[in-house]
Structures are given as C-alpha cells and as structure tokens.
Design a protein around this ligand. Structure first.
Ligand code: GLN
Length: 289
C-alpha cells in the first residue's frame, strides 16, 4: 500500500464507511482517524499531507474496520458527548442520544436553581441524565437505579470523573421497588420503549450492539411504563413532578398509563421535528385506577 497521508486516510475511510451504509461517513471517518492516528482535527485541517507511519495506519485501519462493521462510534471510541460534557460508554449502556437532552432541558425547568431537591432517575444507564442534572443544579441530590450492575459501574465511573459522585447514590433496583414511599421531588426516566419486534429493524448499530435491556419495551413497547409509572406514583412526594422519555407515537398511551397509575400528566414536549418525546406531569395524590 502506498503511503497514506491524513487526507488520503480520511478520504478512503470515508468512502468505505459510506459504502457500508454509515449515516455520517465523513464525520465518523474523521473520528476514527483522530483516535487511531492520535491526531487532532486541527492537524488534519492544517497539515493534511502529513504521512501516517505504519503504526498509525494500522491503528486507523482497525478502527475503520470496526466502524465499517457498524459498531457504534461511541463504543469504538469509548466515549460520547452529551449535554455539555463527555461520558465514558461501553456496550453495557445505551449510548446517550441527542434527543434525550430534551428530557434534561424539561427537567431543569422544574428544578429551581437553589432548591435542595431530591431527584430519582429510573434506569440510570451511563448516568447521562442524572449527571447533567447534577452539574446544572448544585443543590440537588439524586438516586439512580438500574437493573444492570454493569451499567451502574459505568454511571459510577462517569459521576466520579465529572465530580458529582457525592450527590449521586446508585443502586441496583427494579424501577425503585425497594425505595421508600414519597421520597422524591422529581422522577425522570428514559426507559426501554422499542417494540420487541421492531428492534431488529433498527440500524445495525442499535440492533446488533446496544443492550437489549435498555431498548426492549416488550410486545407493544410500553411494558416499562406499565411497570414504572405505579412506582413513580408511590415514590413521588405529593405535588412532585415526573418526566419520561417516550418513543414515536407513544404519548397517548403513556399519558393513559400515567393516569391509571394515579399520576396527573400535564403535557408533552416535542423535539425539533415536532415529535412528542417527553410526557410530564405531577403526583397530585389521586388514587390509582
Ligand atoms: N431512542 C432509542 C432508539 O430508538 C431508544 C431508547 C429507549 O428505548 N429508551 O434508538
């Protein structure tokens, strides 16, 4: 193989990723080149004809081959940007999605800056939501629960790295079933909401690589809501708020399940493309059913 430069390595990686069906081939090719060759974006832009040595070329090749096989870039790089920071991720956790930032935004509107509120994250995963809230609201403390011990280890790692571990209690739990009643001012969750039968129709990055536990919402995609909303009702203080992320077309059903659980849904938040993405509301102390 003739000698590669930053530019030719980028171009050939981009072409291969495009061929493989990767959605953002130029961007991902640059990420693989930067990580494999140990160069910055600036190096590529200002010194495009710099030659790669054999070791660099080999390292880039390995990363590009993985991405070509549709492994998510976040798992290859071991990190993913979310909100204003960067999280460590592994295949044990869902890679944080940009759309989940909407949940963070909506939750922040409910958290007055200086109030020492208690917030619960059901299905904390990588810690993305919890850590964003803890970083934005210095007086709150949080509990994050997950069924996956591996996920809790990643959340712990991220909380320590981002200096919020002292305000985040992490525990292995089934939607908070073991937590005491009326403990929280706010509950947030991005539960698994993909219909079981639809998972294999998603992009190979998701279907083949992301944890099923974090995706699989059962037969109709709503099983997690049916399990967790009654817990939310029990765990919230009177007047406390909840926000849950939802999948496409699920707003009405989730609203109904919240009502059935004794919660009082109040609204939905749409993403930039106009899709309902978050259902929010309160515990006004109504009886379930
Ligand atoms: N937004 C994810 C996806 O469809 C699903 C995440 C979830 O189930 N909470 O890729």
């Amino acid at each position: 193989m003739s000698e590669q430069t930053l530019l030719t390595a980028w171009q050939s990686a981009r072409d291969r990723l495009k061929q493989a069906g990767v959605e953002t081939p130029a961007f991902d090719a640059r990420l693989m080149l930067e990580a494999g060759a140990g160069v910055s974006r600036m190096d590529i832009l200002t010194d495009p004809h710099r030659a790669l040595n054999a070791q660099q070329a080999q390292a880039v090749e390995k990363l590009v081959a993985r991405r070509e096989a549709r492994e998510p870039a976040a798992y290859i790089l071991g990190k993913k940007a979310f909100w204003k920071y960067e999280l460590t991720v592994t295949p044990s956790v869902l890679t944080p999605r940009p759309e989940t930032e909407l949940l963070v935004e909506a939750a922040l509107e409910q958290l007055r800056p200086d109030a020492p509120l208690k917030v619960l994250d059901l299905g904390v995963g990588s810690g993305a939501i919890a850590i964003a809230l803890l970083l934005e609201r210095r007086k709150i403390s949080m509990v994050g629960v997950d069924k996956s011990a591996e996920a809790l280890a990643i959340a712990r790692f991220n909380a320590v790295a981002l200096h919020v571990a002292d305000r985040l209690e992490l525990r292995e739990s089934d939607w908070g079933a073991d937590l005491p009643d009326a403990e929280f001012d706010l509950v947030v969750s991005n539960p698994p909401y993909v219909r079981h039968g639809a998972i294999d129709l998603l992009a190979p990055e998701i279907a083949r690589h992301e944890p099923r536990l974090a995706l699989d919402g059962g037969r109709d995609g709503l099983e997690a809501y049916r399990a967790l909303l009654p817990q939310v009702r029990r765990l919230l203080k009177q007047g406390g708020g909840f926000l849950v992320e939802i999948g496409e077309g699920q707003a009405e059903a989730v609203w109904a399940h919240a009502t059935a659980a004794g919660l009082s849904p109040e609204g939905v938040r749409n993403d930039l493309s106009g899709r309902a993405r978050v259902v929010f509301g309160r515990n006004l102390g109504r009886a379930p059913g």
